[in-house]
Design a protein around this ligand. Sequence first.
Ligand code: FES
Length: 106
Amino acid sequence: MIFAAKVNDIESGRAVKVAGTAGDIAVFRDTTGDFFAVDDKCAHLGASLSQGTCADGVVECWLHHGLYSLSTGERVKYPASGFLHTYDIEVRDDEIWVNPEPNQPA
Ligand code: FES
């Protein structure tokens, strides 16, 4: 596990970017209060998803407004394409830690 951020460093609906083994990882604080980690690179044309926003378990790519599920990495709305890897998260007290190894897509 690698340190991603302090809990209070991520505003609701926003993300931080950390380096993973298969590329950068976007660690989101959802509006539900849950934390999720997915590939930072949009599977459509590669925009950095950590510069976008999320709500109710879905991240919106800022570039073309494609949507992906934060829990599964699956595309929710065109032009999002393919899938995002997901990463395991642990919240330890006030710190967020992420496994830099991606989960296999479902
Ligand atoms: S680059 Fe993300 S939807 Fe196009």
